[in-house]
Design a protein around this ligand. Structure first.
Ligand code: GAL
Length: 829
């Protein structure tokens, strides 16, 4: 079936009117525009007659809190963070981002269901709503879903006016002290209305597995649930075709439902000479099913899938399609920096493209269910996913966290998580929790077993893990031994001990490193440090600073490289995120993290190249740090590091050799992964490295020059051809450069963004964790010479001009083009 892009429909005023030419058995409407929103609790807001004209008109996905203002008193928390080894409670200011997400919000939207006839079904599917959603149709409550990260649906047929206007109202509420990071607020993911015939395939109604795969064929088993009026048996027929990624039919079958089948079809098909899915070859197939009652077509449903096999084996570790490999993964939170939590496919795609170039092949959706768009992009772009469910079970970490819902909701939340995502080839494992204090509690292992059993019941094909931090309790209290995969957070020094004591025969680094740094910031003297704080609330990009519980990247690398039973790592984190500004949790105005390999604006920090040098085995990496504009440091020691995938390099300062360095194991893990010239004395001019491969051949060079005064703005877009769909985004990096085109690494110029033509300014960010400038206003100060503006397309194709100016700087203009987006067939829901 086709998933209609919203532009297949004409949205007139508040009503959606269907184009009869494209009316089908199954119709899906994206409720993206024409919502009314207000913050605060409002009596009678669910009532269809309620007057909402004065409310704000918004589009969904919508994050009501990202517009600020920031304040250290928003969700200020006085807590002792046990997993951070804190001994006493203290006041945390920016822990959840300092944004105004606490409180109640209401959304309302009017809609019609065109050509809705007796017997048809209508349901609402929410990809996620933050949080504690109460959903009302025509004044009646149709359902509730507390956990803000999960997807959920309600059948609204009994509440619907078949002809005429309906009113949907959603009440959301966020409590204080309910999160350890910025959760976002509102209808931050998509909302869909799905209309089907009486006999239909329910939401997430297929389960596709590939029980046998070899070079000649792959067996495909497709279970399709059906729903009928009163759940009564009917003689139905399901026709399924499998298409390859070129759209060619490669297998088909037709199956009749027998009374003994219950209300589920089982179909077994064979794909000849399957093309295997992997991060390097993300080949997809689609199973397209048509459901018939007699000759009447009742439903059409698409299930995209991939053909791949994997194993987790004692001693051999992890293998994908028979090839042993280790996860080169990152943990990410769900916010998109300057966009807040409002999901956007282009923003996710940009993140994944940056991670791909780094050589990353896996993502842990810490610590909750991801947006469905992320999972589909991982299928398409080639990332292995650990889909995670919870940060809390029964024992709380924060006063009003998930623990209060755990008993009643954990099973329902796990079932929805697994049902929604179990057909995706990118999903390789499920995580039932992160650092749950229940690791130490009596009965913690039993809870782990119960949750794992639920996940196995719903999906016997994937293993279950959890991120454990209390390693001794987890091992001694039979918690870790229950899990299919023992995952440890920040325990590289204890992997061997854990592996000796546990039955699985392999260990995963579910969370690693937590090195802290700020893009463009270098602190002297250069030395390893824990919890190091500076008066400017920044951390050094020499990548030697971590937390008391965490490490530098190299300390983890050593164990990943030396211990065969370690099956990979998920670095904390790929991108900086809103909230958790460790080591400045108590020092406003810090309000976003310093852990990211890339900053909050998506700009790579130096660490990006340290990981790229190790993980991207296809392209050369030669990266030099720090910048070389240090007026006042003349003659002072200013160490120079090179992150490269080659073993040796020679450094020159103004043409004078500083000697060759070669990576070599030593008691300092860094000496194995970085080339470091620690005694270089600063003099303005040029630093240059010449990189040599193992045979001594020159394979690359890199230069950094002392910059002069800020002179002009330079613009670089991640993409210049975009879809004219009103959603697509270009991320335009503005750099303050000197007359010669060198980045001015200390520039803080305020830059103004103006967008003309078929695009509009959407958001701005500079990656500074202490900046209180707002993301939705078209001006901001550069942080270490750079910032990023997101430019959104309109629905009319055409040219877009993006101009960025700053006082005393020559401004710059960049042209983007937008083109009508082809309608895309997606999976059904
Ligand atoms: C871990 C935790 C993460 C994050 C991280 C920071 O303990 O699982 O959510 O808080 O520490 O290092």
């Amino acid at each position: 079936m086709l998933r209609f892009a919203s532009r297949a429909f004409l949205f007139a005023g508040l009503l959606s009117i269907v184009d009869p030419a494209v009316a089908q058995t199954r119709r899906e409407y994206l409720f993206d525009k024409n919502w009314k929103f207000t913050k605060g609790d409002v009596a009678g807001a669910a009532d269809p007659a309620f007057k909402d004209a004065k409310w704000q008109t918004v589009s969904v996905p919508h994050d009501w809190a990202i517009y600020g203002p920031f304040s250290g008193t928003n969700d200020q928390q006085e807590v002792k963070i046990e997993q951070n080894q804190e001994q006493k409670a203290s006041v945390k200011t920016g822990r959840t981002g300092g944004l105004p997400f606490i409180g109640t919000g209401w959304y309302r939207r009017r809609f019609t269901v065109p050509q809705f006839t007796a017997g048809q079904r209508a349901l609402l599917l929410f990809d996620g709503a933050m949080s504690d959603a109460h959903v009302f149709v025509n004044g009646k409550e149709v359902g509730r879903w507390p956990y803000g990260y999960n997807s959920f649906s309600f059948d609204i047929t009994p509440y619907l006016q078949a002809s005429g206007e309906n009113t949907l109202a959603v009440r959301l509420q966020n409590k204080s002290e309910a999160s350890r990071w910025y959760p976002g607020a509102g209808l931050y993911r998509n909302v869909h209305l799905i209309v089907t015939e009486d006999v239909h395939i329910p939401v997430w109604g297929t389960y596709l597995t590939t029980p046998e795969i070899n070079a000649d064929f792959a067996k495909v088993k497709l279970i399709t649930q059906v729903e009928t009026p009163n759940k009564a048996f009917q003689p139905l027929r399901l026709e399924t075709e499998i298409r390859d990624n070129a759209g060619q039919v490669v297998a088909k079958t037709s199956t009749s439902l027998a009374a003994t089948d219950g209300l589920a079809f089982e179909q077994n098909l064979v794909v000849p000479k399957p093309k295997l899915w992997s991060p390097e070859t993300p080949t997809l197939y689609t199973a397209s099913s048509k459901l018939y009652a007699g000759d009447a077509l009742k439903d059409e449903y698409n299930t995209p899938f991939g053909v791949r096999s994997f194993k987790f084996e004692a001693k051999r570790g992890f293998s994908l399609n028979g090839q042993p490999r280790k996860f080169k993964g990152v943990c990410n939170h769900h916010d998109l920096g300057m966009l807040g939590t409002a999901v956007n496919t282009a923003a996710l795609r940009r993140q994944l493209a940056l991670l791909k170039d780094m050589g990353c092949d896996a993502i842990r959706t810490s610590h909750n269910m991801p947006a469905p768009e992320l999972v589909s992009l991982c299928d398409e772009m080639g990332f292995m996913l650990m889909v995670e469910s919870f940060d809390e079970w029964k024992s709380p970490k924060v006063k009003n966290g998930y623990s209060q819902y755990f008993d009643e909701w954990s099973e329902k939340d796990l079932v929805n998580m697994v049902h929604r995502d179990r057909n995706h080839p990118s999903v390789i494992m499920w995580s039932i929790g992160n650092e749950v204090p229940d690791q130490s509690a009596p009965g913690g292992g039993k809870i782990a077993k119960r949750l794992q059993d639920i996940v196995h019941r719903e999906d016997p094909t994937r293993p279950v893990t959890a991120g454990m931090d209390r390693i001794d309790d987890a091992i001694n209290k039979n918690f870790a031994s229950v899990l299919d995969i023992a995952g440890f957070n920040y325990k590289p020094m204890r992997y061997e001990m854990a592996n000796d004591k546990l039955p699985q025969g392999f260990i995963l680094g579910t969370e690693t490193a937590s090195t802290v740094s700020s893009r463009g910031v270098y602190k002297f003297p250069v030395e390893p440090a824990k919890q190091k704080k500076y008066p400017d609330n920044q951390s050094s990009s020499y990548d030697l600073e971590a937390c008391v519980w965490s490490q530098t990247p190299d300390e983890e690398f050593v164990k990943q490289d030396d211990l065969g039973f370690v099956i990979g790592e998920f670095v904390w984190t790929g991108f900086d995120y809103l909230g958790e500004p460790t080591p400045y949790d108590e020092v406003w105005p810090s309000h976003s993290s310093y852990f990211g390999i890339l900053d909050l604006a998506g700009l790579p920090k130096d660490r990006y190249y340290l990981y790229r040098a190790k993980w991207n085995t296809q392209q050369p990496t030669v990266h030099l740090l720090p910048h070389w504009t240090w007026p006042g440091r003349e003659g002072q020691p200013t160490p120079v590091f090179c992150y490269t995938n080659v073993p040796t390099a020679e450094l020159f300062v103004n043409g004078k050799s500083q000697g060759k360095q070669t990576k070599a194991p030593s008691d300092k893990p860094q000496s194995r992964y970085r080339l470091m010239w620690n005694d270089v004395k600063y003099e303005p001019g040029t630093i240059k490295v010449v990189a040599y491969d193992a045979q001594g051949k020159v394979v690359g060079e890199e230069e950094v020059k002392t910059a002069g005064k800020p002179h002009h703005v330079k613009l670089v877009a991640d993409r210049t051809t975009l879809a004219a769909d009103g959603q697509d985004l270009a991320f335009v990096t503005a750099r303050v450069e000197d007359a010669q085109g060198n980045l001015c690494p200390e520039a803080t110029n305020e830059l103004q963004v103006s967008v003309k033509g078929q695009g509009s300014f959407r958001a701005i960010g500079n990656g500074d964790a202490t900046s209180l400038e707002l993301f939705h206003l078209p001006h901001m100060h550069a942080f270490h010479g750079e910032l990023v503006a997101a430019v959104q397309t309109r629905e009319q194709p055409g040219d877009v001009q993006v101009s960025v100016s700053g006082k005393g700087l020559k401004s710059a203009t960049l042209r983007l083009q937008t083109a009508a987006a082809p309608a895309k067939a997606n999976g059904s829901r």
